[in-house]
Write a protein that binds this ligand. Structure first.
Ligand SMILES: CC(C)NC(=O)[C@H](Cc1c[nH]c2ccccc12)NC(=O)[C@H](CCCC/N=C(/NCCC(=O)O)S[C@H]1O[C@H](COP(=O)(O)OP(=O)(O)OC[C@H]2O[C@@H](n3cnc4c(N)ncnc43)[C@H](O)[C@@H]2O)[C@@H](O)[C@H]1O)NC(=O)OCc1ccccc1
Length: 247
């Protein structure tokens, strides 16, 4: 991250009417939540997404999927927002309009005080039933209570409960898609934070914004599949770069 790059990004942000913050797993890395593709400790390095993050995988082995998400939820509930999340929340007080569009299911943007957050891949803090989609949040069982246990039945219709997240091969929530794509199509600036740009259709968002004439600022310690769209690439961890952007 160069001082010139930071200064240029700060000017672009200051000139923005509508700023869309588009975040991925890297945003929560400094909160102790592993990313998906980190070579060593990334979730997908140790677990097969096809087996664990698909409806087929759930139907084939509901116990395994239910306890795996309980294990992840425990880590999310113990995690705290990092300085990057707080900087995003603070930015909302600086620009006229700011909306967060996140692929993350951890709810840490809201926990840091961001009030307008679009969760395009759902939330691990909610469950819903398989057949009818009755949604439940609040006190959910911890891993110790879920280990090798069948998912409990829906209190309304009796069908098994599953995490209220978007699995591979599943449609994204219609209202979230409509809002996220319309925002990307009319924003002045998109702040792209901690995403590898490998999962679709979320990876299309900066392309939509760019086609509509927006400036793209990427924050990532490594180049991603989307760095080619960026007007400014701020190379570094979100928890350090974003507070510096506010300084
Ligand atoms: C793997 C990929 C090739 N496959 C897909 O994209 C598929 C298939 C597909 C669809 N269209 C395509 C087009 C081309 C190719 C494939 C497809 N997409 C789907 O299946 C989607 C659904 C995709 C959503 C899946 N659910 C998730 N999550 C919820 C669950 C759960 O969490 O368990 S995806 C999940 O993985 C993704 C991980 O990506 P990132 O967040 O970018 O994280 P990653 O680890 O990859 O990278 C981390 C980055 O952070 C950086 N970093 C590290 N530390 C820091 C740091 N400190 N600070 C800043 N950055 C940092 C790193 O350098 C790195 O760049 C996120 O989206 C996350 O939500 N559904 C669908 O298409 O439905 C169809 C449909 C249409 C009509 C009708 C019916 C069906």
């Amino acid at each position: 991250m160069t001082p010139e790059g930071l200064a240029r990004a700060a000017r672009i942000v200051a000139d923005s009417g509508l700023l869309v913050v588009s975040s991925g797993a890297g945003m929560s890395r400094e909160s102790g939540i592993p990313t998906f593709r980190d070579a060593m400790e990334g979730l997908w390095a140790n677990f097969d997404p096809q087996e664990l993050a698909t409806e087929e995988g759930f139907r084939a082995n509901p116990r395994r999927v239910w306890s795996w998400y309980a294990w992840r939820r425990d880590r999310v509930m113990q995690a705290r927002p990092n300085p990057g999340h707080f900087a995003v929340a603070e930015l909302a007080g600086i620009v006229p309009e700011l909306v967060v569009v996140t692929q993350n299911v951890d709810g840490l943007h809201a926990a840091a005080g961001s009030r307008d957050v679009v969760e395009v891949h759902g939330s691990i803090r909610r469950v819903r039933c398989l057949d009818r989609g009755h949604v439940f949040s609040g006190e959910l069982p911890v891993y110790a209570e879920c280990e090798e246990q069948d998912p409990p039945p829906c209190p309304v219709c009796g069908s098994p409960l599953r995490p209220d997240v978007v699995w591979f091969g599943e449609m994204l929530p219609v209202d979230a898609v409509e809002r996220a794509w319309s925002l990307a199509g009319r924003c002045d600036t998109m702040l792209l934070i901690g995403t590898s740009g490998t999962v679709w259709p979320a990876a299309e968002l900066p392309l939509v914004a760019r086609r509509a004439g927006a400036r793209i600022i990427e924050v990532n310690p490594h180049r991603s599949e989307l760095t080619h769209t960026a007007d400014v690439f701020l190379q570094g961890p979100a928890g350090e770069v974003l507070p510096a952007l506010l300084a």
